[in-house]
Design a protein around this ligand. Structure first.
Ligand SMILES: Cc1cc2nc3c(=O)[nH]c(=O)nc-3n(C[C@H](O)[C@H](O)[C@H](O)COP(=O)(O)OP(=O)(O)OC[C@H]3O[C@@H](n4cnc5c(N)ncnc54)[C@H](O)[C@@H]3O)c2cc1C
Length: 500
């Protein structure tokens, strides 16, 4: 997985899975045994140990899990480089900057990624966790009873345990795909040479982020998806803005596609689609499969501990307890919010509930998310369809980014803010923001929703001019204008007539 074996990857491994690591001897019964050292497991273990609990942490592969090694960190490093290349090329057209004609150095982009990933890995390292007082066990953990986990022949007895084993990329059952060979998020960050033509199966967030980044870095990218639109869970208008931006960057979408088979001939890979008049092959050099995720439930012997699971993962109640009352779960293994910050928030709930008989509920969390395309697509709370489904009448306000001065000055006018309010009030039920820095900006809405502040309070907050965050104040102004009923307007007219 960690290719190439250069100094950066060696440094990473030294932190997240050092060769020669000797597992400690188990120390009696643990207050908490955590299986999986991704974000959910690391946060759980660090918080519990910090509070004085005796904690064991079990990781079969790399500390840091997906986020550090093959997820957020490497993908955002590539995306940043791709944006820099794109902006350098666009600088001439938009800002009269010097023309850029040279091709970039993809190898340098990937080396920067590896270097930064290794730099960030110290925070997740086995040594750091050992120094926090956590017993770190490297190897595959599995339940051998309702209160015992086994790892490498050692028995870890527990008062409480946490399953935090995350997920992995799903492998669609497409004839010929496995034989032709393909990349996933677990292998694409090991590339050292840019594939001239990249075929991406799946137009979800991971597929879109990487498709756009590779297109900006110079690959000819085709995204193949069976759906009508990219990111089908998102607001359709918002996803449409992102799709059009990706198309301008050269990404070709094959929508409503039905894949018949995949073939390999020499160095070339073919995805054969069902066309209107027979078979329609699409050619590429590499295939990236980004077609969903499956939970890591295998090998854990969950049955031995009476822990129920299904295709979505480990089943938990709102307090994140599994069907074994001593075992909890956190992160991608049990949540539909498959994000690092969600794994972090769930882990904090687990620590409270598992160790202190807390009653924190996962359903109370307000969890935003962002797809880091350009423009970014961020969302928090309900979509309009959710509110209607729940029988909540809504007022929806949409403010285009081209009405925001700073967005105009930055040349970043694509996108909009859409806020859903409980009808007749300023209570925010949800919001979607498509904007170049939407991920940075959405927290203002998340904060308001978490603190129970209405859109009116956002409008009363002074935003520095010119900033793109003024879009929130504009939404509040629009709400205020809407609130003025014809009756109030008439009364105001009478008042000013009276003043003369
Ligand atoms: C390409 C990509 C980009 C992403 N970008 C973002 C982003 O920008 N922002 C964001 O918020 N989220 C992002 N995510 C999602 C994020 O990576 C996950 O939500 C997060 O990693 C979930 O953490 P986790 O701890 O639940 O699981 P994981 O990170 O998957 O960790 C689970 C760990 O458990 C270990 N394990 C499994 N089984 C066993 C066993 N039997 N014994 C011992 N160990 C075991 C695994 O080896 C793994 O290390 C991205 C995901 C991908 C794939």
């Amino acid at each position: 997985m960690l290719h190439p074996p250069d100094e950066h990857n060696r440094r990473l491994l030294q932190n997240v899975h050092p060769s020669g690591w000797v597992n400690p001897e188990p120390k009696g019964r643990y207050h908490l045994v955590v299986i999986g050292a991704g974000t959910a497991g690391l946060v759980t273990a660090a918080a519990a140990a910090g509070l004085g609990a005796r904690v064991a942490l079990v990781e079969r592969h790399l500390m840091g899990g997906d986020c550090l090694n093959v997820g957020c960190v490497p993908s955002k490093a590539i995306i940043r480089a791709a944006r820099a290349w794109h902006e350098a090329r666009e600088a001439h057209r938009i800002f009269g900057g010097p023309p850029v004609v040279e091709r970039g150095d993809f190898g340098a982009v990937m080396e920067r990624l590896r270097q930064l990933r290794a730099d960030l890995s110290s925070g997740d390292s086995v040594h750091r966790f050992r120094d926090l007082g956590v017993d770190v066990f490297l190897g595959e953990g599995r339940f051998v009873g309702p209160t015992v986990v086994e790892i490498g022949g050692k028995r870890l007895e527990f008062r409480r345990a946490v399953v935090a084993t995350g997920g992995r990329p799903d492998a669609p059952k497409i004839p010929g795909l496995a034989a032709a060979g393909y990349l996933t998020n677990e292998t694409i960050f090991s590339l050292t040479a840019l594939p001239p033509r990249l075929l991406v199966i799946g137009a979800g967030p991971v597929g879109c982020e990487l498709a756009q980044a590779f297109a900006r870095l110079g690959s000819q990218v085709t995204v193949i998806d069976r759906g009508e639109h990219a990111m089908p869970r998102e607001d359709a208008d918002a996803a449409g803005v992102v799709e059009r931006a990706m198309e301008r960057d050269g990404v070709v979408f094959r929508r409503r596609a039905s894949i018949i088979r995949v073939e390999r001939s020499g160095g070339e890979r073919l995805i054969v689609l069902q066309g209107t008049n027979g078979e329609a092959p699409v050619r590429g050099d590499e295939i990236l499969v980004a077609a969903g995720r499956v939970p890591n439930v295998e090998g854990l012997d969950l049955e031995a501990a009476g822990i129920a699971y299904d295709r979505a993962g480990v089943r938990v109640n709102d307090r994140l307890r599994t069907t074994n009352r001593r075992v909890y779960a956190a992160g991608d293994i049990c949540s539909r919010f498959r994000f690092t910050h969600a794994a972090d928030a769930l882990a904090r709930i687990v620590v409270q509930n598992a160790l202190f008989h807390g009653r924190a509920r996962a359903s109370r969390l307000i969890i935003p998310w962002t797809t880091y395309t350009s423009p970014e697509l961020a969302h928090v709370g309900m979509y309009e369809k959710d509110a209607r489904g729940a029988g909540l009448p809504v007022d929806t306000l949409t403010i285009p980014m081209h009405q925001v001065d700073r967005a105009v000055l930055d040349g970043e006018t694509e996108g909009f803010l859409r806020v859903h309010l409980k009808k007749g009030t300023d209570r925010i039920l949800g919001a979607t923001l498509v904007a170049e820095h939407a991920g940075e900006m959405i927290s203002e809405i998340s904060l308001a929703m978490t603190a129970g502040l209405g859109l009116g309070r956002i409008g009363a907050t002074i935003h520095p001019y010119p900033t793109q965050a003024e879009v929130f104040r504009k939404a509040a102004d629009a709400w205020r204008r809407k609130k003025l009923t014809p009756m109030v307007k008439r009364l105001l007219q009478l008042f000013f007539r009276f003043l003369g």
